[in-house]
Design a binder for this molecule. Structure first.
Ligand SMILES: [Zn+2]
Length: 51
């Protein structure tokens, strides 16, 4: 993770940017904040945001 990069959908051939337009679910854990983005294609990509 290189900090505040824009992430994209991990589904092969999709590459849609995951941003405010994507459905985002945030979960706080001891390791930081995990964000699960649900893309319009149905794939879910999880990222970890360090505190
Ligand atoms: Zn997608």
């Amino acid at each position: 993770m290189l900090g505040n990069v824009t992430c994209t959908c991990e589904a092969e051939g999709c590459d849609r940017p995951l941003d405010d337009e994507s459905l985002m679910i945030a979960m706080r854990t001891d390791a930081g904040e995990r964000r699960a983005y649900e893309c319009g294609c149905g794939a879910v990509t999880v990222t970890v945001v360090r505190p």
